[in-house]
Design a protein around this ligand. Structure first.
Ligand code: HEM
Length: 283
């Protein structure tokens, strides 16, 4: 697993995805404080630090994503064809900005960059890319529309994160970072974007490699345990769902409490002032 060809690409991509989730959480909390006129000095500093991380890492995410796609083209070509809904090898491969995969007609209806996928994989707009039909039917992923939509949602969010953070960076450079309330509101809400991109990216990667659990070697259908029954699997899934739902609720509750409380501990402040008073009396 560690030395398989996609490990490093995926590790870097997921690592940057985690940093983006962190940076956008900090941005969201401090944008909220700024909109409420609370902890202004501290929030402006924190916002700028998190924005610097967001600018560098959102651009980095495009680079690692592009590199991961190159790796997929080489090592998991059926997945690449599924990510872009590309059926026919003889045709130049377009790259879709968004669209809908029509499995019956074997085409994608949507807005595309003609030859975009050919260019990304071969640096040539006219070079064909291997399509889904060139793989035996039992070796192709089946949930084509879901794979296409999840992948395109991740890329669209990636572009939005770049646009948002670079635009805010320009405002910072112009000395107008905290003047647009709509921009601060956009950052409050943008906390959800990296979370969604991380989930759908993972869905696209995992659904795209079906029907294999180990690519080209072991099918998912052959990887089923002979001793664990379907009911046992269902039971543990339900238990996991409940436990994670509980942890999620606890996380939201504690996070909300911390945000409402703010960065300063008032008790501690009072005690510090009190100690200062005592010290001045002693002096
Ligand atoms: C900016 C454009 C982006 C491109 C071109 C891109 C490209 C890719 C590709 C090709 C994969 C599949 C890798 C594989 O199957 O081996 C992938 C997976 C993934 N992406 Fe992206 N991505 C982008 C943005 C993002 C963003 C913004 C996030 C999160 C903040 C993200 C998180 C993920 C995750 C979590 C996976 C699953 C990785 C795994 O399971 O190993 N991606 N991405």
């Amino acid at each position: 697993m560690v030395f398989n060809p996609s490990s490093i690409d995926r590790l870097l991509h997921v690592w940057l995805g985690a940093f983006l989730a962190g940076a956008f959480l900090v941005l969201s909390v401090h944008a909220y404080y700024l909109l409420r006129d609370r902890y202004v000095e501290l929030s402006q500093k924190a916002f700028k630090i998190a924005l610097s991380v967001a600018i560098v890492f959102s651009l980095g995410q495009l680079m690692t994503g592009h590199h991961a796609a190159d790796g997929v083209a080489e090592n998991q070509p059926a997945k690449l064809a599924a990510l872009e809904g590309h059926f026919d090898t003889l045709e130049v491969a377009d790259m879709y900005l968004f669209g809908w995969v029509d499995k019956e007609e074997q085409e994608v209806k949507g807005l595309n960059i003609p030859g975009g996928l050919s260019f990304l994989t071969h640096w040539d707009f006219a070079e064909p890319v291997r399509g889904l039909n060139s793989f035996p039917e039992e070796d192709r992923p089946t949930a084509l529309n879901a794979i296409f939509q999840f992948y395109h949602l991740m890329v669209a969010i990636g572009m939005l994160l770049i646009a948002l953070s670079v635009f805010a960076g320009i405002q910072w450079w112009r000395g107008k970072l905290f003047e647009h309330r709509w921009l601060l509101w956009a950052f409050v809400l943008a906390v959800l974007l990296p979370q969604i991109a991380n989930q759908v990216g993972w869905f696209a990667a995992e659904m795209g490699r079906q029907p294999w659990v180990v690519y080209g070697l072991l099918r998912t259908s052959d990887a089923l345990s002979k001793v664990v029954t379907a009911n046992q699997v269902l039971f543990s899934l339900i238990m996991f769902t409940l436990i994670y739902a509980l942890l999620f609720a606890l996380f939201i509750y504690l996070l909300n409490k911390k945000i409402k409380h703010g960065p300063y501990d008032e008790d501690l402040e009072d005690k510090r002032d009190h100690l200062k008073d005592i010290a001045s009396v002693i002096r």
